[in-house]
Design a protein around this ligand. Structure first.
Ligand SMILES: [Zn+2]
Length: 275
């Protein structure tokens, strides 16, 4: 990849100052060797929430008028289950210890409701964040059933959509067909992704590496698709994927140099959306 120092500095400065500053799209396209005459369709998707900072993502999407999809972990909004778990872990001081976890769960439910009301697609990322091809069939079925039951007030499509944690059961669907079969039996349609921001990886959580990951993939492959980001962290209940939720706003102007944001239905058929 060829770009000169001035372009690097310009791009870095623009990325840093964010949306308030106009982006030099020619420099962005040159840096990633993007076709100047094409805008690729792109749909943003966010996994592992809801989290407290999902609110920040919703604000950016609203401001920028971008439609998105959220694949949420059902356990994070299963407040009775969270309370029960907390009580079992705090047999002597449950009344005190479990106030905050339950309050935070209620807050996540509100945030998820906001995402739905904003018109975004809400899908399931299962009940817990497991590699379901390695999970015993009974537990897998139970988690898919629970995901459907707990997320029922929030799911926005018919049939409801589902994205497997780690893509496990999707990438290896030839070897492990039981996962997609179980999803289908529970009435879900699976949605994969074409690009990954790799925003979960700490080594990318600096500068504009996450933005660069997305633009490199889009411009190298010369095609659009669904891109995977994370608003939540699968093994943290409440705090989100902070680097993404903090910096998403700054990446949008550069993304717009190369992509047009589209609805999920631009790429994925076979379902209808409702609110
Ligand atoms: Zn995930």
């Amino acid at each position: 990849m060829k770009f000169n120092l001035a372009q690097v500095l310009t791009f870095g400065l623009l990325a840093w100052t964010g949306a308030a500053q106009a982006v030099d799209c020619a420099a962005v396209r040159e840096r990633f060797q993007c076709d100047a005459s094409t805008k690729y369709p792109l749909h943003l998707s966010f996994d592992d929430g809801p989290a407290l900072q999902t609110t920040d993502v919703l604000n950016v999407l609203k401001q920028e008028k971008i439609p998105a999809t959220f694949f949420v972990i059902a356990y994070k909004v299963d407040c009775p289950a969270i309370e029960k778990q907390c009580q079992s872990e705090h047999p002597n001081d449950a009344a005190k210890a479990c106030v905050q976890p339950v309050r935070e769960c209620e807050q996540r439910k509100q945030i998820l409701q906001q995402a739905k009301q904003a018109g975004h697609v809400i899908g399931s990322h299962s009940y817990e964040h497991l590699r379901y091809s390695e999970v015993e069939q009974g537990l897998m079925n139970e988690h898919f059933r629970l995901a459907r039951q707990v997320l029922n007030p929030y799911l926005t499509t018919n049939p409801p959509l589902f994205r497997l944690p780690y893509g496990d059961g999707w990438f290896n669907r030839e070897q492990k067909p039981q996962v997609l079969q179980a999803l289908k039996a529970n009435g879900f349609q699976h949605i994969a992704w074409q690009f990954s921001a790799f925003d979960w990886d700490e080594k990318n959580q600096q500068g504009d590496k996450i933005l660069a990951n997305v633009l490199e993939q889009v411009c190298t492959r010369k095609q659009g698709g669904v891109v995977l980001f994370h608003d939540g962290v699968h093994d943290q209940m409440h705090q989100g994927r902070l680097f993404t939720t903090t910096h998403l706003k700054e990446w949008i102007p550069s993304l717009r140099c190369v992509v047009d944001f589209k609805l999920l239905s631009f790429f994925e058929k076979g379902y209808t959306q409702h609110r």
